[in-house]
Write a protein that binds this ligand. Sequence first.
Ligand SMILES: [Zn+2]
Length: 240
Amino acid sequence: MSVSIPDGLVILTFDDGVKSQKTFAAPILRECGFNATFYITEGLNFLTDKTRYLTWEEVRELRECGFEIGNHTRQHKSVADQSPEELLSDIHHIDHQCNHSGIPLPTTFCYPGYIHTPEAVAALKKRGFTFARRGTAPEYPYHREGGRGPAYHPNQHDPLLVPTTGASGPRWNFDDFAWSLDQAQQGRAAVLTFHGIPDLDHPWVHTEPAFFERCMQHLADNGHRVIALCELTNYITQES
Ligand SMILES: [Zn+2]
């Protein structure tokens, strides 16, 4: 496998389908010319609270803006608590909902709650995902309110276990953000994970809007290339 990830490459991901990702974050991304992946689940309060979570129509609109829509399972259950059959059933439900809304079949996946298992990896492989994003652990144990993790390297990481380099939360600050960008060199990409901006339901993954704007401005000012996870295929050449 030969690698062509340029220095400073950032993969931007948003979990849980929180409304503020579309109303607040997406316009900033568009202004900066950034792509990103939005991981959609019908778990949490997605089905009942349409003031705080996206509608499928809004998810479709994000896709029409050019953003990637990824699969974050039907119930947002930890994969450690599901059989492979139940996990695949939950994945297929989101696939179906995407199809129903005119959204292409997701090619990337995100593990709920930053938890992954070898059995889940095997199930994702069976479903045919290109990439799946995990949390910061095991290399960097996660302390629940944001943290640092490894940068993704194609020769080091299974494509179905792409780590989070920067997990935004109340204890993740600008120094942590800058640190994650510093890791994006020598063939490694920095993978950033955000939830709601703000996240009113889950304060432990909350990001302040002003802080988010500062981070995106920094990426733009420093000429970072910011992509969706599915676009990693453009930077990795697989030898047959
Ligand atoms: Zn989630």
